[in-house]
Design a protein around this ligand. Sequence first.
Ligand code: 13P
Length: 251
Amino acid sequence: MRKSVIAGNWKMYKLLGEAIETAVSLKPLVANATHCEVIIAPVFTALKTVCDRLEGSIIKVAAQDCSIEQKHGAHTGEIAADMIKDVGCSHIIVGHSERRQFYGETDETVNLKTKACLEVGLTAIVCIGEKLAEREAGEAEDIVKTQLLGALDSLTVTDMERIIIAYEPVWAIGTGQTATPEQAQEMHAFIRKTLAETQGKEIAEATRIVYGGSVKPDNIKGLMNNADIDGALVGGASLEAESFAKIVNYK
Ligand code: 13P
């Protein structure tokens, strides 16, 4: 049985005080959510304080990115996975489409960041997903497969235990145009089939594949009803504690 994951990506929103306020408000609202793992991903500057304020809660904390360098050192402006672990995080989001689109992230850097994350013992939430033009050209599966294999290149069976795949079609991110549950299920099944072919059936069955792209309180249930959708990576609707809690407590 795969345990569902509902993660909120706060992107570059929230000053420190706002991040604390949302995290603290969320705590009691999701306290009984034992059916899934609950994760929030604040900006770097809020990670330490949010981790401290959530101590003893079921909410886990993720960073939104990390350096390709595994350990701290002379890399001005970068933040290494060991530093993210040091402040209390358990997860790192890697390869988000905004990083691929606007910050030159490639399948290779996503692979290196994934390895850096795993190396220090954290779980990587690896984002993949096609653009609208690619879907319209019938290339969605090819793109997703290339990104998936690129991100997971040379990972071991044990590494795979700490991988969560986030399928986030770029055309559905922040647009209000969510993939239909059928479209999402179809791609998730394809991702699982690809994992079975490349990593083995057992790993494919155990790996959580979550959906991201305009997930809201009113569409989460329809998405979660599908066999291969194991959770959600939520952007906009995770910024308010009440709305994110509704998504977490979708059952
Ligand atoms: P939205 O939920 O705002 O579409 O964002 C999705 C996303 O990018 C999560 O990582």
